[in-house]
Ligand binder design. Structure first.
Ligand code: CIZ
Length: 339
């Protein structure tokens, strides 16, 4: 390849190891750090400095010393990093890598619920836009949803957006009458009970791990050995004595599970559980993004100010308020806002 052949075709004709090395070289030149979600393709995970779920990635972003973060995940995750690290430039490899689930609720729908339920509390999954977070009281992830719900006074009405399955799980686990929005993740919606039963018959020794976004959750909640977030799954398979697992979540996670546990078998609950948004990011685009310093993700300051309050409440519930270096004012503001 000639040095100037940085077209997508030129880059994709390179062996992956060579392209990973080029990305790392360019990353060092740019004084950048690459953060990648557990669902990203293997070569991106290999080029990344840190791989995790959206909560861990947000927490890690706060510790980054480099001025440039290339965020390989989907748009709401990069927005979170941009809001938490306003002094840094946050880039994504492809601006079209959004989140169908996050797009299923918009700010005016949250405002309408609040108008009809004065004093009610809105909890949003982290898979929401910054503009929606700005309208909500608490944020949560699949790793800490139950803790967040349990921190809310029992007499408060709760509205959960946007994931119906995670919301239903939290409702069942907490025993609270939570009103749940009917959004869903298309990658998790395709995972169906029939395929899982078939796999369980074929691999009776395998543990069945389910993500709470799964479309079959309402039917199979009791059949799952564990219902876990992606980082929860990563930790669990490492510690479990089992040697086989049926994994019901987006299939990008299998790369990391297999790499970190070479002696164990990981079976996707469905071959079709793929997030087309996550897959828009490729190593070729990661390289181009570092060369061209594109595409920057920013959040309008007033939206960011309000959305960070909602994220901070989650951090406070999970016992890590110190990780967001904001002025003390946010605590007062949060207290004033929260009726
Ligand atoms: O929070 C995340 O990163 C998502 C979208 C899923 C999970 O369970 O990690």
């Amino acid at each position: 390849m000639r040095p100037q052949d940085f077209s997508e075709a030129g880059l994709s004709s390179l062996p992956k190891e060579k392209l990973i090395a080029l990305v790392k070289e360019m990353k060092a030149k740019r004084n950048a750090v690459i953060l990648a979600h557990n669902y990203q393709e293997g070569p991106i995970q290999e080029a990344a400095d840190f791989v995790g779920d959206s909560l861990k990635l947000a927490q890690h972003a706060l510790k980054v010393e480099q001025p440039l973060i290339l965020f390989c995940g989907v748009h709401f995750m990069a927005e979170t990093a941009a809001m938490l690290c306003p002094e840094k430039k946050v880039l994504v490899p492809d601006l079209a890598a959004g989140c169908s689930l996050a797009d299923m609720v918009i700010p005016s729908q949250v405002r309408a619920w609040k108008k009809e339920h004065p004093g009610g509390v809105v909890v949003c999954y982290i898979n929401t836009s910054a503009a929606v977070k700005a309208e909500c009281d608490y944020c949560c992830t699949s790793a800490n949803g139950l803790e967040v719900i349990e921190a809310i006074p029992r007499e408060k009405e709760i509205f959960f957006v946007p994931d119906y399955y995670l919301g239903s799980y939290l409702k069942a686990k907490s025993g609270r009458p939570i009103e749940v929005w009917k959004g869903y993740c298309p990658a998790h919606a395709v995972i169906n009970p029939g395929e899982i039963e078939h796999l369980q018959e074929a691999y009776p020794e395998a543990e069945f791990l389910m993500h709470p976004e799964c479309g079959c959750l309402t039917k199979q909640m009791d059949l799952a050995d564990r219902i876990l977030s992606t980082d929860g799954m990563i930790r669990y398979v490492k510690d479990s004595p089992s040697s086989a697992f049926i994994v019901a979540t987006e299939n990008g996670i299998l790369y990391r599970m297999r790499k970190e546990n070479p002696g164990k078998t990981f079976l996707p609950a469905s071959e079709h559980a793929a997030c087309h948004h996550m897959q828009r990011n490729t190593l070729e685009k990661v390289f181009r993004s570092l060369v061209r310093l594109e595409y920057e993700v920013t959040v309008e300051p007033e939206i960011a100010r309000r959305a960070v309050i909602c994220i901070n409440r989650m951090m406070e519930v999970t016992g890590k308020p110190e990780i967001i270096p904001l002025s003390e004012d946010w605590i007062l503001e949060a207290a004033n806002d929260f009726r």
